[in-house]
Design a protein around this ligand. Structure first.
Ligand code: ATP
Ligand code: MG
Length: 366
């Protein structure tokens, strides 16, 4: 844990003026041969903001980071850091720093020298350099490790060195590519909290890459959900989780029950025979999502229920400790439902009535 974090002062703060975003990408496009990897990708990170790029493997997250940091040139589009167009500026002249997934520490340099390296390259004066390195070592609580080599450190300690090495540069934008993914679950959760506290103390603007929803939800001021090189949705953690805009985002955020719909007058229906009255759904809806935890499963219909309800048959029951998970067949569709009532559990083969409140029916675009 960080126990000796220095209190932030004006000079430690990297937040610049409020109106100019720390980072802006404008319609970045990138192809490898005929493979279009990024398609007109636009995003912004405001000053002091923590933004996550969230998406499945291969959707273009690292490519985006490499274009922002200058290791890769876009085919078209522009990158601005702190209001300055850096599209054609070499990596080492950009006001950015990167924490790579594998940390990429210099193995033949001590921890202290690793942290000093970038400052020396920028010809920071000796006294200031010493001060800043000491600050960074204390910041992530690795002062006592300063003379060790990376090979003599645990994964978590290497991660701290990588963070210190990038923060010591006080970059306008800090870029992090899945920096916690090599660590075990407990350490990952611990460092996640530390990273967030540090980022907030320093007012550091961050673009953070992950394919882990929980990581993105817990760290981010805003999440940019990516799919095949384009942005599906941008929003706060709560917006993206509670109001996914598309089928892709809903599935990615754990909405297991997703059905495409066709409309027949006052009824929307699915191919497998589920029905949803249009009064519960709004006008132009092409798909609906329902979280398993939002479905109430009962042996009898709930009296006076004004939301959505449907009759089905329990196909399977899985006891999960705190909850019970049902697979329920309705017509040719199967819905997953999670119930916190672990006492009166329904039996496989029995009739079940599913209920969902109107708010828990998520209207989705396809
Ligand atoms: N140098 C390259 N040459 C050809 N194709 C590439 C190259 N680098 C990346 N790609 C392709 O571009 C796409 C996006 O890759 P990228 O590394 O940005 O994905 P990612 O979102 O970071 O995935 P992951 O979560 O697995 O790290 C992939 O289909 C990948 O195969
Ligand atoms: Mg990647």
């Amino acid at each position: 844990m960080i126990t000796t974090r220095p209190s932030p002062s004006r000079t430690d703060s990297v937040a610049g003026d409020v109106e100019t975003p720390a980072l802006k990408t404008d319609s970045i496009t990138k192809s490898y041969g005929s493979n279009l990897v990024l398609e007109e990708l636009s995003l912004e990170v405001q000053n002091g903001e923590f933004v996550s790029l969230l998406g499945p493997s291969g959707c273009g997250k690292t490519t985006t980071l490499n274009i922002v940091s200058g290791f890769l040139q876009p085919d078209s589009g522009a990158v601005q850091i702190g209001g300055v167009d850096v599209t054609h500026t070499p990596a080492h002249k950009r006001d950015s720093a990167v924490v790579f997934q594998n940390y990429a520490l210099f193995p033949h340099m001590t921890v202290e020298k690793n942290i000093r390296y970038g400052l020396k390259a920028k010809r920071v004066p000796r006294e200031e350099l010493k001060e800043r390195v000491a600050w960074a070592l204390r910041l992530v609580d690795i002062l006592e490790l300063k003379d060790r080599y990376p090979g003599q450190l645990s994964g978590g300690q290497q991660q701290r060195v990588a963070v210190a090495r990038s923060l010591v540069m006080r970059p306008g934008i800090l870029l992090m590519d899945e920096p916690l993914s090599n660590l075990d679950a407990k350490l990952r959760a611990e460092l996640r909290l530390e990273l967030k506290a540090l980022q907030q103390d320093l007012g550091q603007s961050v673009l953070f890459v992950t394919h882990d929803q929980v990581e993105a939800l817990s760290l981010s001021d805003r999440i940019v959900v990516m799919n095949r090189g384009h942005v599906e949705q941008v929003g706060t953690s709560r917006e993206v989780y509670e109001h996914p805009a598309t089928v892709f985002v809903a599935r990615f955020m754990g909405v297991e029950n997703v059905f495409e719909l066709t409309r027949d007058n006052d009824i929307y229906q699915t191919a497998g025979g589920l029905h949803f009255p249009s009064r519960l759904m709004g006008p132009e809806v092409s798909a609906v999502g329902i979280r398993p935890s939002m479905l109430r499963t009962r042996a009898e219909p709930v009296e006076g229920w004004t939301g959505w309800a449907s009759r089905g048959e329990i196909r399977s029951v899985t006891y999960l400790g705190d909850t019970v998970r049902y697979e329920v067949a309705v017509g040719d569709e199967t819905l997953a439902a999670i119930s916190s009532d672990t006492h009166s559990v329904l039996d496989p083969g029995s009739t079940a009535y599913l209920h969902a409140s109107p708010e828990s029916l998520l209207p989705l675009a396809t």
